[in-house]
Design a protein around this ligand. Sequence first.
Ligand SMILES: [Zn+2]
Ligand SMILES: [Zn+2]
Length: 394
Amino acid sequence: MATELHEALTRVDSSVEKRLIKTRRELHERPELSLSERKTADYVAEHLDRLPVEKLRMNVGGMGVVAEVRGKLPGRSVLVRADMDGLPLTEMTDLPFRSKNAGVMHACGHDVHMAIALEVADSLAVNEHRLPGMVRFAFQPAEERAAGAKPMIEAGVLDGIDRVVGLHVWAGLPTGEVSVRSGAMMASADGFTLIVRGKGGHGAVPELTVDAVVIAAQIVTALQTLVSRETSPRAPVVVTLGSIHGGSAMNIIAGEVVIQGTLRTFDAALRERLLQRIAELAGGIASAMRGSCEFRLDSAAPPVVNDAGIAALVAGAANDVLGTNAVVPFEPLMVGEDVAYFLDARPGCFFLLGGAPDNGPVLHHTAEFRVDERCLSIGYRVMVAAVLRLLAPD
Ligand SMILES: [Zn+2]
Ligand SMILES: [Zn+2]
């Protein structure tokens, strides 16, 4: 029966392909920022509401949408996770379905993830009479701020779930290929703010001030030595200070500078130590220069770690659907993903779906980001095959 179902669901006809593209384009046109995914959540819920799903819930841990397809045969419980948020970018593509929301763009491919998950829900729901186990779909807000997974888990989305699966379209991977990795595949991602405080004053009278810009400059330089001097060259670590703001005019000494940065690593102990060292080093420099520095951790996600057994099942499913040559290895990525919280709590697998456009690679999180839409049906087929394998009872 399971094989029959696999055959039926992974054979994609043109109507499935058309629906995937239509859904993805509708979502692409109306991106919303993290924690504001109201219309996106409505769209997803309306789609699910048309299916024979159970326990359709909205506002789960924020804007999250959850629904279940309950098979009539015995089997395991699997959670399929898809993220919903866009990014604060003005889309610079010439696509006919480019963003209609000024300054917001699906520039990471989360529209693709939603379209695939909805299509998987569709096809499993109409086959519930011959489906083993239960599949819960979790549409998660605020991935880009690592602020969506944890609240959904706290709201109980993993209760009764045995296994977790999710995917990320990857524009650096050729369309037609997928990558499934056992163990750590993406880094931890911690976002932090350093507020450097001094004493502002006249630009011509530095002796009566404590210049926060000069203190911040020392801190920015010193933090680079955490990677070069305090960690092993064999342990991948990134410390990036992506934003620095302070001062108001060329002749006014700034009393405050705000620095924002991110730390990435695969090692839990190293992660903890470096967060502490960032705070210590910045605080020590600031106080040595007669100022102060406040460290604040704004967002945090552990590394994305796949369970070896589940990754093998997902890789097997991808092999079945695409052939062995299409399942390619890749090096772990320093990007973060808050799917990490789901995979920390349950054995599971997060895999990469190749989506590189024909006219050359593009970068995620850029105004030119685009994907090859052929990846939609490939992602659907791999995901549905993976879910069927994960549902199967022992
Ligand atoms: Zn992203
Ligand atoms: Zn993403």
